[in-house]
Design a protein around this ligand. Structure first.
Ligand code: SAM
Length: 282
């Protein structure tokens, strides 16, 4: 079964991700579980040999059953443990439902608005990627299938925590890395609210990381960068940037949330940055 992203080579099916001009990464695929074009992007769920099931958007791997939890736990539990009492949470993007699944682990959270542009990603992941989506059906999650950029344009003082789980800054996610968008997030947060976004690879996208960081730093009194290693993302090392109006220290001293990657030591240690990143942020 070939399409523009899959090729059969010597009888084996391969997904080849075009990372950059001089870098391609190929995954040997067992089975195509889902493949369809939405109005926004080409959506696939594939079963691969080394990474298990994976969500692939426009040929780019977004999350997998082997390492998706690392990213989803890191982008959720770190901000939720800086805020002392998160009640109302906004997720922008996050169609694989892995972030919403982590946020649902907090009893303090009463309401989760999940604003995903592409309904097809959610339905495909709920059906074919239960390892990541957890077949999410928590009544606190309110799904809104609209553009996150538009959604935050007129929001004021509404959320405790905003999590931007976006795809790469091309196509529908491009504006999710703009200063106007971060400005609207600032307004949408309560007076003590905080936001987090994935800010790409410190190795291959340092320009994007620095731009996002400096936009956020120009708006929020507290800006914090942290990293984790996610094997399926190019370069492995991945970054997340927090913009906070008030809180900057981890509140919990005995973290326990049924996680596979985040623990108390990671919560406390993830903000320790390698030298090249400290220099890049100066
Ligand atoms: N964890 C992944 C990564 O870093 O590669 C990204 C997860 S993927 C679920 C990101 C989601 O953002 C996709 O489902 C995509 O449809 C959604 N998205 C992209 N642009 C968006 C926009 N403008 N508004 C809302 N959702 C958007």
């Amino acid at each position: 079964m070939d399409n523009q992203y899959l090729q059969t080579i010597n009888g084996d099916l391969w997904l080849t991700e075009d990372e950059r001009e001089n870098l391609k990464i190929s995954y040997r695929i067992k089975e195509v579980l889902f493949s369809k074009q939405s109005p926004f992007q080409h959506v696939m769920v594939l079963d691969s040999y080394d990474f298990g099931r994976m969500l692939v958007l426009d040929g780019v791997v977004q999350t997998t059953s082997i390492d998706g939890h690392i990213y989803n736990e890191m982008i959720s539990h770190i901000p939720l443990n800086l805020h002392p009492n998160p009640e109302k949470v906004l997720i922008i993007g996050g169609g694989d439902c892995g972030v919403a699944r982590e946020v649902c682990k907090y009893d303090s959270v009463k309401e989760i608005d999940m604003v995903e542009i592409d309904e097809l990603v959610v339905s495909a992941c709920k059906e074919h990627l239960p390892e990541v989506s957890g077949n999410l059906s928590d009544p606190r999650v309110n799904f809104l299938f609209i553009d996150g950029v538009k959604y935050v344009e007129n929001k004021q003082n509404e959320y405790d925590v905003i999590i931007v789980d976006s795809s790469d800054p091309i196509g529908p996610a491009e504006q999710l890395f703009s200063k106007d968008f971060y400005t609207n997030l600032y307004k949408a947060l309560k007076d003590d609210g905080l936001m987090v976004c994935q800010s790409q690879s410190p190795v291959f996208h340092l320009d994007v990381l620095k731009r996002s960081y400096s936009h956020i730093q120009s708006l929020f009194p507290i800006t914090k960068l942290y990293t984790a290693v996610v094997p399926t993302y190019p370069g492995g090392l991945w970054s997340f940037t927090i913009g906070s109006k008030k809180y900057e220290d981890v509140k919990s001293d005995n973290f326990s949330k049924d996680t596979k990657y985040v623990n108390q030591a990671i919560l406390e240690g993830c903000f320790k940055l390698p030298e090249f990143l400290q220099q890049a942020l100066k």
